[in-house]
Structure formats: C-alpha cells, structure tokens
Design a protein around this ligand. Structure first.
Ligand SMILES: Nc1ncnc2c1ncn2[C@@H]1O[C@H](COP(=O)(O)OP(=O)(O)OP(=O)(O)O)[C@@H](O)[C@H]1O
Ligand SMILES: [Mg+2]
Length: 353
C-alpha cells in the first residue's frame, strides 16, 4: 500500500506556479574565458501546464533541462540564479532532497529510451522502481500497479512484457516503457527532451497522443523540448524560444506561432514550413548560431538579422543587448524593433540566403 505523507503541504494547483527558473546561468567554471552556456534565463511553468522550449541545436535546451535535475555534465555548473520548485530552490538542495525529487516529483524522458533503460533489469522491475522508492508502494501493490501502467501506456499483454528485458522491445515500445517508468511515482513535472525524435512518424504520433492524454488525465506539468513546431502547436500551452543561451521570445503557443515578433522566431517558423521560393530554394537562416558566441556586446542575433538594418537600428543593436520585454499582456521579446504594443519598428522578414 502507498503510505501517505500525512503532514505534507498541499501541492500547487493547476494554474499556480510549480517551477520558476530565475536568472539561471550555467557556465564552465574551469574555463572562465568561455561565455556562459545558459545566460540569465527566466522561465515559469505552472502546475498542469505544458511549456515548450525550442531553438536551434546548441542553444541550451538540454542543459536547461539537466539543470532542473542538477544533472549537468561534468565541467558545467549552475553558477548563479535559482530554480524554485514548489517553493524550494533546487540549486540549494542537499543530495538527499535531490534524490527525493528526481524520478519522484520530477521525472524525465529522453530521446533514446534504450540508453536510459537498464538492459540487465526486467521491464516490470524498472517501472516499479520509482513508485517503490518514492511512494513507498509495497512489492505486491507495485506489481499490480505496473501491469496497470503498462496497459495504460499501450503495451499489449502487460504481464508478458513486464518479464521482458528492454533490448527485446521495439523503439516505440521502449519509449512507452520509459513513459510508464516516468509516470510510476506520479510526478508533478515531466521533462521531455526530444522524446519522439528517434521514432518513425506513425509511432511518434501515437507516443505524442499518449503523452497528451496522460498529462491531461494527471494534470501533469511538462517541459517539452523539441525542434518540431508542429509538436509545439499540438501540445504546448506556452512556448519559449532560445537562442545562444538566452530566451528571445516567450508567450502563449498559438499567439507566438501565428504572430511572432522576434526575427529569430519568425525565421524558425519560416524554416519549419519547408517551402521553396520561386527559384526552388528552401529557406534557411543565414549564418550560424556560433557567431553569437564571438560577440562582446549588442544583440546576439544581429549577425543573422535583417530587421536591424531595415528598422535603422543597426547602431543600437550592435552596442546594446535588448532586454526580454513584454510587448503585450502575455508575450515577451528580446528585440529593439519590437514595440511594447507589438507593433514593429520595421520589416521583420528574415534574410534569404
Ligand atoms: N559537457 C559539456 N562541456 C562543455 N560544453 C557543453 C557540454 N555539453 C554541452 N555543451 C555546450 O552547451 C551548449 C548547449 O548545449 P545543449 O545540449 O543544451 O543544446 P541543445 O539546445 O539541447 O541542442 P540540441 O538541439 O542539439 O539537442 C552547446 O553550445 C554545447 O556545445
Ligand atoms: Mg538537446
């Protein structure tokens, strides 16, 4: 039976803040000449809310996710800021508190389930482990609950599969098992880092539907990391766009995707359309994000931006980095050309190569 934490305070209710990242900086302390990998990001996830983090490869999405679990790779460290989860700073937690959090109140899904599942342990044991450790569920109850969970995530013949090893499963089945293990302790926050990138499109659609169903049923908050804006559109309540370790635009998904204000968000959306121009050329954002790392001042997107020149802002954008400012009641952008009411100082079309 599950033993309750009788005196425990009540958890945040849907709509109340569950996680707040405040001015988080992640750096390489042994290489002070290297600029921070994550440079002062702020992000809030309310209980029951799905927040997507998007951006090019290397922008810092996975390092943000790993910071939340204090699982950064060796050499990287959260050097300033706070990550407040249900009122407590994860960065100030003891090892014991972190062990309680990881896999318990916060669970994580990765791109490669096979890499995360233990090939020497049976599927049923791995799905049972989080509920046994974090919720004190006894062996008999855990066994029954594992079969229920495996059925819930769409595993056929759960009792036979519970006895399998993970290497005996297909990619889609392994991802379902990882979801069952992630849900096992009934977490409040699920971090899903590219959870379906390795799957074919039909299995991807099934897994995304499963994730969406489960999060609604459990009122689970999700930090969803993906490159795929159609997944963002289908699943996320809010989206934050990352560029070179900074958040450059943030707001409700449908507003940001239908009316983006930052030139980088516009360009990302244009890339995702995969539309060729009249000469048959597909759109791509000129230059690379690595250029941003060489800048000592100004806007990090400037080397790839056409808005600055067309809005006559080149001088300001070269020397001063804009703040992430509100441009309406619910959206923010880090761009000098975006006016507080959402109007632009100039054209926002990204440059064609
Ligand atoms: N172990 C490490 N040591 C030093 N730098 C690292 C390490 N791991 C990642 N980085 C750097 O941190 C930055 C952010 O990496 P991160 O993995 O968060 O990017 P990402 O947005 O998740 O990219 P992708 O979409 O490819 O997964 C990159 O510039 C990367 O080179
Ligand atoms: Mg990543």
């Amino acid at each position: 039976m599950e033993k309750s934490n009788s005196a425990a305070k009540t958890n945040p209710r849907p709509g109340e803040p569950l996680l707040e990242i405040n001015n988080l900086q992640v750096s390489l302390p042994d290489a002070p000449h290297v600029k921070p990998i994550i440079d002062g990001i702020n992000l809030r996830i309310n209980a029951g809310e799905v927040v997507a983090l998007v951006g090019e490869s290397g922008s810092g999405k996975s390092m943000t996710a790993l910071s939340l679990m204090q699982l950064l790779p060796t050499g990287l460290k959260a050097t300033s800021g706070k990550i407040i989860f249900d009122g407590e700073d994860i960065l100030a937690m003891s090892q014991r508190q972190l062990n309680h959090l990881r896999g318990g109140r916060i669970a994580m899904l990765f791109q490669q389930p096979q890499a995360m599942l233990d090939p020497t342990s049976r599927v049923g044991t791995q799905v049972a482990e989080p509920m046994r450790i974090h919720r004190n569920v006894d062996r008999t109850a855990a066994k029954a609950r594992v079969l229920e969970l495996l059925g819930e995530v769409g595993i056929p013949d759960p009792s036979a599969r519970a006895d399998c090893f993970s290497y005996e499963l297909s990619g889609g089945m392994a991802q379902r098992v990882m979801i069952a293990a992630a849900l096992s302790a009934n977490p409040e926050l699920l971090i899903a880092d590219e959870p379906t990138t390795a799957l074919d499109v039909t299995v991807q659609a099934q897994i995304l539907k499963l994730l969406d169903d489960e999060r609604r049923k459990r009122q689970l908050a999700v930090l969803l990391i993906t490159h795929d804006l159609s997944i963002v559109s289908a699943l996320a309540d809010r989206v934050a766009v990352m560029y070179s370790g900074r958040i450059v635009e943030e707001g409700p998904t449908q507003l940001i995707l239908s009316s983006p204000q930052h030139p980088y968000t516009k360009a990302l959306i244009q890339c995702s359309l995969l539309k060729a121009d009249k000469d048959g050329n597909l759109f791509s954002i000129p230059g690379g994000a690595a250029q941003a790392r060489d800048l000592d001042e100004g806007c990090r997107f400037l080397p790839r931006c056409v808005t600055a020149a067309s809005a006559n802002l080149q001088e300001r954008c070269t020397h001063l980095e804009p703040a992430l400012d509100s441009y309406n009641d619910c959206c923010k952008a880090r761009c000098w050309a975006v006016k507080p009411d959402g109007a632009h100082s100039g054209a926002h079309e990204a440059r064609r190569p």
